[in-house]
Design a protein around this ligand. Structure first.
Ligand code: FES
Length: 339
């Protein structure tokens, strides 16, 4: 950490306003007798806020006196924590996060805007409106790059929207706190979250490995959910609906092959849950290979499961995960059991 010194020019004195004095006394009273010094950070922070976001020597002395601690102890705290400013800052005080996630997302560009519009780090503009300095992570990395201006966070910054933000602040126009690109929280940029809306993701991927026992309970729970969902979708179909009509009502048929590639179908019975009957049925749908099954989407899983009259079972038995493992040269659950 760089050496932090008190400002050269100091005001003659400092006193808490009556309101802040009352607040400080209440704060000090929270601590047991003899431990009043524990309130040092809270009091220094209040003093800084009262004094336009910077701590003069007189304020540190005053806090030390109130807490009955040596001045040097209070000074140590004030100079150690970078949240305490030891020299005047602008009315709009910009703390720019330059830590790795923000840096990777463009903090350098934001820094350049600060240099161009405000000047060197810690310089206060002639009208007293702005100053900036770089700080470590402010805990809003998901919406990087970001800055804190006084008490508010401004996130998802670009060179353009940050420059516009400074213009608005300078002109006294209202500004939008938080994301500058319309994100409500930390959801993915460009759309709502889709990865966690289904157990394996919308494309059926992300299932636990077939030989990982710990996934079974969760797979069973998901299969039960799927079953209930499909049952609800089928509720309005006539009782004599064909398997194809039922399957079409809940999903989409996966594309099939006319025949096995190179004339050799994979041994689909290596997937636990696929016996001779199901293998034959899969062949009738043009499904001959593990990679075909591994690539099914959620809609296609629903279609096949319903067509084969066992909705939910593909999830419960984790066919996709097994197929993916075997397609990449690994062992399926059945292989493990047979070994
Ligand atoms: S790295 Fe910038 S907020 Fe965390």
């Amino acid at each position: 950490m760089s050496v932090r010194r008190l400002a050269q020019e100091q005001p003659a004195g400092f006193a808490f306003t009556p309101e802040n004095q009352a607040w400080a006394e209440k704060e000090i009273a929270k601590y047991p007798q003899g431990r009043q010094a524990s309130a040092v950070i809270a009091l220094l922070w209040r003093a800084q806020k009262q004094n336009d976001y910077w701590l003069p020597r007189a304020a540190i002395e005053q806090v030390a006196r109130m807490l009955d601690m040596p001045f040097i102890r209070a000074l140590e705290v004030a100079t150690f924590y970078t949240m305490f400013n030891l020299e005047p800052v602008g009315r709009h005080y910009v703390q720019l996060c330059g830590t790795t996630p923000c840096m990777l997302r463009g903090a350098e560009e934001i820094k350049q805007v600060c240099r161009d519009r405000i000047g060197a780090e810690r310089h206060v503009t002639a009208d007293g409106e702005f100053s900036w300095n770089e700080v470590e992570c402010l805990g809003a990395c998901c919406n990087a790059p970001m800055v804190q201006i006084n008490d508010d966070y401004y996130e998802d910054l670009t060179r353009e929207n940050f420059a516009a933000l400074l213009d608005d602040l300078s002109a006294g126009r209202p500004v939008k706190v938080g994301s500058q690109i319309g994100r409500f929280g930390s959801e993915p940029v460009g759309g709502k979250l889709t990865a966690l809306t289904s157990f394996y993701g919308e494309d059926g991927r992300g299932a636990p490995p077939a030989n990982e026992n710990t996934g079974v309970e969760t797979a069973a729970a998901h299969a039960a959910e799927e079953e209930a969902h499909i049952k609800a979708l089928l509720a309005n179909l006539p009782k004599d609906a064909t398997p194809q009509q039922k399957a079409d009502a809940v999903g989409a048929r996966p594309p099939g092959l006319e025949k096995a590639r190179d004339g050799a179908a994979d041994d689909l019975q290596r997937i636990k849950g696929v016996g001779p009957v199901n293998e034959r049925n899969l062949h009738s749908l043009g499904v001959y290979h593990f990679d075909q099954i591994a690539g099914w989407s959620r809609e296609q899983i629903r279609w096949v499961g319903t067509y084969l009259s066992f909705p939910g079972r593909i999830d419960r038995e984790q066919w996709l995960a097994q197929a993916e493992t075997i397609a990449h040269g690994g062992k399926g659950v059945k292989d493990e059991a047979d070994a």
